[in-house]
Design a protein around this ligand. Structure first.
Ligand code: CS2
Length: 452
């Protein structure tokens, strides 16, 4: 079978939506070639007249597939009424940072690049040698020639992701670049939302079957999509069909604590119970009920929701989205990098509840589930992988704690890079998480949820 590309595009079946006139140049440099970018920002950009150069920091797999297909690929939207396929045409070039750093720096420095967008995952913001270092070097080059204004737009699931990007880059700038950047570079925050599981063989097979052409860069996603962007661009930007606002923080917090918080909760519970996906986990007896109570009793009261949003109704919609049987979002994918995710997904909620003198009994269960997940055994005794940049310290602290739930909870709460004060020393949390961990050890997830 031939591949999807600029030539074969003319022959894809009429049921598949195809891009109109494609841009010939990229005004956007995007760093991070994961499925999420292809199903989110690249879709918003398709049809705006703007093009994207997609840069992959390390793995070449996706960008090689895109390059072989002239940047074209499909997004399958998996809705209750079936699947819709669309070819996206906004990616016009690719770049491999590990082997083409000079070109990456030139692109950051080029006046034709107006926006740099990022989906590099939470942990990348903590590695000065990685993406922050690259941005700093690129900005130095841009400053050197007194370059045009530039917007650096984070699309990662971090609170205040604009400020977080700035905080990662700014200390790496020399004085002259910093002075220039203050006048010419902005770091707006944005809240991004669409459930996009990692592509699998089934994704590629489905695309090929419908298209009649091979698509090795295909992605699949749920119908829902949202993008809330702080309107603070240094220069021109595409006319994305997004919500532009002065205040993204409320949206970020609502989404991180509700969608991502419950996602992580279900991911750890599901992984321990032997469920493969989030929708399977949600179908366990008691799981949905627990998630609803978690949202209504703990997450919603911890938030000041953005305008006219009811956090309980929002949470309800989130659970409907999680239940979509077409989306096979693996628990182990979401369970990855817990040390980087849980601060904004769980610990902020716990801190705010505790400060307001509210109970924290329910939200101690996801904490206990994560601790048991870190210990590495599922309920049936099988091994669970701990894919986390802090896997070493997490496992060591658990080994030192031995088999005692209270000691295990104390050990993990004591990992300072992960758990902030006052959460770490919250006595009520320790007791509640220990009680849940005892239940999980004795009964397993399924029965714990039934009794919860
Ligand atoms: C998920 C997110 O992998 C994860 O940790 O919670 O990728 C989630 O699917 C997205 O944020 C949804 O917008």
């Amino acid at each position: 079978m031939e591949s999807l590309n600029a030539k074969t595009l003319a022959d894809v079946p009429g049921t598949v939506r195809v891009p109109g006139t494609r841009p010939d140049r990229a005004g956007i440099l995007h760093i991070g070639a994961g499925a999420f970018h292809r199903a989110h920002q690249a879709v918003y950009t398709d049809g705006t007249g703007w093009g994207i150069t997609v840069a992959a920091p390390r793995s070449r797999e996706v960008i090689d597939a895109l390059a072989a297909q002239d940047g074209l690929y499909t997004v399958a939207t998996l809705g209750p009424e079936g699947t819709e396929l669309r070819v996206v045409g906004s990616i016009v070039d690719t770049l491999h940072i590990a082997t083409e750093e000079e070109r990456a720096l030139d692109l950051i420095a080029a006046d034709e690049t107006h926006v740099v967008t990022l989906t590099v995952t939470e942990k990348a913001y903590r590695d000065p040698h990685g993406v922050p270092g690259l941005l700093a070097k690129g900005l130095a080059r841009r400053a050197e020639h007194g370059g045009a204004p530039l917007t650096i737009l984070s699309c990662d699931n971090l609170p205040d992701n604009g400020a977080a990007t700035r905080a990662a880059v700014e200390p790496l700038l020399d004085e002259a670049t910093r002075a220039w950047a203050e006048q010419h570079v902005t770091f707006p925050s944005s809240m991004v939302d669409r459930i996009v599981p990692a592509s699998t063989r089934a994704t590629f097979d489905r695309a090929a079957e419908t298209l009649g052409y091979v698509d090795d860069a295909a992605v699949e996603a749920e119908p829902f999509t949202q993008w809330v962007i702080e309107d603070r661009f240094a220069g021109p930007r595409p006319d994305w069909d997004a919500t532009f606002t002065d205040d993204v923080a409320g949206w970020e917090r609502l989404k991180l604590r509700t969608l991502n918080g419950v996602h992580s909760t279900l991911a750890y519970l599901g992984a321990l119970a032997g469920a493969e996906t989030i929708s399977e986990t949600l179908a366990l007896t008691g799981a949905r009920n627990f998630a609803e109570r978690l949202i209504a009793d703990q997450i919603a009261p911890s938030l000041t929701p953005p305008d006219r949003t009811d956090p309980v109704a929002y949470g309800h919609e989130v659970l409907e989205r999680f239940a979509n049987p077409g989306i096979r979002h693996r628990c182990l994918q979401i369970a990855m990098d817990g040390s980087q995710k849980l601060p904004q997904r769980l610990f902020g909620t716990i801190a705010d509840l505790a400060e307001a003198g509210r109970p924290i009994g329910l939200i101690a269960l996801p904490l206990a589930a994560w601790i048991r997940f870190c210990a590495g055994r599922a309920d049936d005794g099988s091994a669970l992988p701990l894919d986390d940049p802090l896997a070493g310290p997490l496992r060591q602290s658990l080994t030192a704690a031995g088999d005692h739930p209270a000691a295990q909870v104390g050990a993990i709460l004591g990992v300072r890079q992960v758990v902030p004060e006052p959460v770490a020393s919250n006595h009520e949390l320790r007791l509640a998480a220990t009680a849940w961990l005892v239940d999980l050890d004795r009964l397993g997830v399924a029965r714990t949820l039934e009794n919860a």
